[in-house]
Design a protein around this ligand. Structure first.
Ligand SMILES: *[C@@H]1O[C@H](CO)[C@@H](O)[C@H](O)[C@H]1NC(C)=O
Ligand SMILES: *[C@@H]1O[C@H](CO)[C@@H](O)[C@H](O)[C@H]1NC(C)=O
Length: 140
């Protein structure tokens, strides 16, 4: 059994070490798929997920992708905006439903010739889980 002062030391050391972890490791540069699950997107482009926080609890997190994803001639464009009005059908999924792969955004969008085109965007490069909150990053 650990004595109370050993437990206290462990807590203090853990807190100190977490402060030393660079921002990337805390989720500053994409990779939300590693620590978030049950990811969905609604008709208005709001992505919701259950994301782990620093205490390993799951929090419901949300990010509106319409502010961060655009569209050009039917193709999704990252770090842009307003894809929702042009892309009526959208979903977030893992390729082949494999648990260890990253989530992708798939959308069917209208091209300039009024045809429907389905494309995917690797949103895992852009979305980070920062202590249970989803953020769009500008690391790339
Ligand atoms: C994910 O969804 C499943 C099925 O609804 C549920 O049982 C599970 O608790 C959810 N996971 C989290 C972390 O919320
Ligand atoms: C993404 O957008 C942000 C904010 O407009 C910008 O600072 C950043 O340089 C952009 N990144 C890329 C790769 O375009």
């Amino acid at each position: 059994m650990a004595r109370p002062n050993q437990i206290l030391l462990a807590v203090v050391l853990t807190t100190y070490l977490i402060d030393l972890i660079p921002a990337e490791a805390q989720g500053g540069c994409g990779g939300f798929s590693r620590t978030c699950t049950n990811v969905t997107i609604d008709d208005r482009g709001r992505l919701r997920a259950a994301c782990e926080d620093v205490n390993n609890d799951y929090a419901v997190a949300e990010i509106n992708l319409n502010y961060y994803v655009g569209e050009e001639d039917g193709v999704l464009v990252p770090n842009s905006s307003d894809f929702v009005p042009v892309c009526p059908r959208k979903s977030v999924r893992k390729p082949d439903h494999h648990v260890r792969t990253a989530y992708v955004l798939e959308a069917e969008c209208t091209t300039s010739a009024y045809l429907l085109k389905t494309t995917t965007l690797a949103i895992d490069y852009w979305i980070s889980n920062n202590d249970g909150r989803l953020i769009w990053n500008s690391c790339y």
